[in-house]
Design a protein around this ligand. Structure first.
Ligand code: AMP
Ligand code: FE
Ligand code: FE
Ligand code: ZN
Length: 293
């Protein structure tokens, strides 16, 4: 069983359509795939159709942009009812914040004389519902200002870069509750990735978040080295959180994140799905099924 619980399509900052993503998963022998676009469920329906055709089990998810003590934190939410209004409202607020940020980012880029328009960004963003810095980066690549996305983040768009602009993100603890009320389960994405700068997220904090409803930790991720993974795995064991692993695939948008480069243990996956079943029952919401193989 090869289980990959974190992947993006072009509905956020991935570069493949949901259909292509699922087809690619089938080709490389992924049995269970989660589609987790940033702050949107736009790709779900298309991915579910493709999953049925391709014989891939699909877990419908979202990677939600949150804040923990003011630091950007990504929360993976699996199988929430997308029609639960408080969840929909928060996702909309995050997407509005992304759109509002774009002109401010472009104004900051004009200071050193770089002229990129909103149209330029929307053109490279194609069908994306969640416009983000990666799309601005793609527009900069398109204009020949930088060679690749990473360079755009290093020189301009990173949190300490000259064109960085804050945007709205809900508090993580509140989002843990909202997803649970929507009948879904939550996993903190790449908690100790360097760019997220997380001294605050230690064992005691994970235990506290578990009390607020957190189900798991994404341990096996490209942004974690071996020592980091070992320490996170120990924390997960000590506080009884599910351990997941994933590629965080973005198509051509991120190198060294090929589908299946990290995977989730079958036993850990069944624990997560059991928690999802319980959350669905407790909330009484009508949550998405996992498209079965
Ligand atoms: P945003 O959501 O608009 O704030 O942009 C954050 C997203 O940009 C992350 O979720 C990553 O997918 C991507 N990202 C962040 N840093 C980098 C980087 N150094 N190189 C490429 N992509 C990045
Ligand atoms: Fe991304
Ligand atoms: Fe992320
Ligand atoms: Zn991601």
């Amino acid at each position: 069983m090869r289980i990959d619980l974190h992947a993006h399509s072009d509905r956020s900052d991935g570069t493949t359509t949901p259909t292509e993503l699922v087809r690619h998963a089938a080709e490389v022998g992924i049995d269970v795939l989660a589609l987790t676009d940033h702050d949107t469920t736009e790709g779900w329906a298309e991915a579910a159709e493709a999953a049925e055709r391709e014989g891939v089990a699909l877990v419908r998810g979202i990677e939600i942009s949150c804040k923990l003590d003011g630091n950007a934190t990504h929360l993976l939410a699996y199988l929430p009812d997308p029609s639960y209004a408080p969840l929909g409202r928060e996702l909309e607020r995050i997407l509005d914040g992304r759109n509002a940020r774009l002109p401010a980012t472009l104004a900051k880029l004009r200071r050193p004389g770089i002229d990129v328009t909103e149209d330029d960004v929307r053109r490279v963003a194609g069908d994306a519902a969640a416009l983000g810095r990666p799309h601005v980066a793609d527009a900069l690549v398109d204009k020949g200002v930088v060679g690749h996305r990473g360079e755009a983040f290093d020189n301009y768009l990173g949190s300490r870069g000259p064109a960085y602009v804050q945007r709205y993100a809900p508090p993580l603890e509140a989002m843990l509750h909202t997803v649970a009320e929507a009948g879904g389960v939550t996993v903190i994405a790449h908690p100790w990735a360097k760019r997220h700068n997380f001294a605050a997220l230690d064992e005691a904090r994970f235990a506290a978040l578990k009390d607020e409803g957190l189900a798991g930790i994404e341990v096996d991720h490209q942004d974690h080295d071996e020592a980091t993974r070992d320490r996170l795995r120990a924390i997960a064991r000590n506080v009884d959180l599910v351990v997941t692993g994933s590629s965080d695939y973005h198509g051509a948008g991120k190198v060294a994140h090929d589908l299946g480069c990290n995977t989730t243990d079958a036993e850990e996956f069944s624990r997560l799905m059991e928690l999802a079943r319980r959350a669905a029952t407790a909330s009484g919401r009508s949550t998405p099924e996992v498209v079965a193989q």
